[in-house]
Design a protein around this ligand. Structure first.
Ligand code: G3H
Ligand code: 13P
Ligand code: ZN
Length: 304
């Protein structure tokens, strides 16, 4: 069955590579990322957001992930991404997720600690590990509208981990979710990762890490996607972040872009073909290709 997220991440932490966290929303995305991990012999963390759960249902996503974990010999974990609703967090713990994230980063420090502690107590009782977040990892809107990033304070990070007992910490160093991460040059505070790494023992997590590959964006644009001013985290910055001490890297946007480009292409290439398998099959292959590139970049290839 699932491998505990903690086991997967502690091994990676010790051996200085990062483990891919891929967001899944349906069967094709799951199969694409799992095929990539199987082919490259990489551990993998499958993640469902509250949005994914709202779309597909927690039981369906859990069942799909379970089949993957039972079928393949590589370490596979199932993780709740950005848990904010305590009922969803409790349900994931009950169902047998490998780990849950409590995202109370929008709350002030003491409230974030209180919420996180509560989830840690619930999860640890069932031997499930907890990811928490300190600082602000915004969405595109946050960057555009307020242009304010609350970087994680290293001293506060140490206090936060000690007082909450969380198992992994998501840090804010200037990344954001979605395809509109920067205006111009990627500006990341890698020095913050380095400082936190020295003060905190638990594995560190990088959200909003998609690369928004130009090739995929161009392909999507060619078939009608309206994407202007998109910009992701360059591969060189991902490598540096791993060197400085990041152990888990979250990717969703790159999968969405690849899926979108492939579906657009398939639909336009075969206007008389209405078989969903001929539309979603190429999307699954595109997902696999992106996942293979991410696994190679994170150096988790061959670590299963
Ligand atoms: O962290 C955000 C992930 O990309 C999930 O996004 O909430 O739209 O599923 P979502
Ligand atoms: P991206 O939007 O950069 O893929 O980040 C995904 C993420 O952080 C999921 O938690
Ligand atoms: Zn995230």
């Amino acid at each position: 069955m699932f491998t505990p997220t903690k086991t997967i991440l502690e091994k990676a932490h010790k051996n200085h590579y990062a483990v891919p966290h891929f967001n899944i929303n349906n069967m094709e995305i799951l199969q694409g990322v799992v095929q990539a991990a199987v082919k490259l012999k990489s551990p993998i963390i499958l993640a469902t957001s509250e949005g994914a759960i709202g779309y597909a249902g927690m039981e369906y996503l859990y069942a799909l992930a379970k089949v993957a974990a039972e079928t393949h010999k590589i370490p596979i974990a199932l993780h709740l991404d950005h848990g904010k609703d305590l009922n969803i967090i409790k349900k994931a713990i009950q169902l047998g997720y490998s780990s849950v994230m409590i995202d109370a980063s929008h709350e002030e420090f003491e409230k974030n600690i209180a919420f996180t502690r509560k989830v840690v107590q619930l999860a640890h009782r069932q031997r499930i590990s907890v990811e928490a977040e300190l600082g602000t990892i915004g969405g595109a809107e946050d960057l555009v509208e307020s242009r304010k990033i609350l970087y994680t304070n290293p001293t506060k990070a140490k206090e936060f981990v000690n007082r909450t007992g969380c198992d992994f910490l998501a840090v804010a160093i200037g990344t954001s979710h979605g395809a509109y991460k920067f205006r111009g040059k990627a500006d990341l505070r890698q020095d913050i990762v380095e400082q936190i790494r020295k003060l905190v023992k638990v594995p560190l997590v990088l959200h909003g890490a998609s690369g928004v590959p130009e090739k995929i964006v161009k392909e999507a644009q060619k078939y009608g996607a309206k994407l202007t001013g998109v910009y992701g985290v360059p591969d060189s910055q991902i490598k540096l972040a791993i060197q400085k001490g990041i152990t888990k890297i979250n990717t969703d946007t790159d999968l969405r872009l690849a899926f979108d480009a492939a579906v657009r292409k398939a639909v336009q290439a075969r206007p008389a073909d209405f078989d969903p398998r001929h539309i979603l099959g190429p999307a699954r292959e595109a997902i696999q290709k992106v996942a293979e590139q991410r696994i190679t970049l994170f150096d988790s290839k061959g670590k299963a």
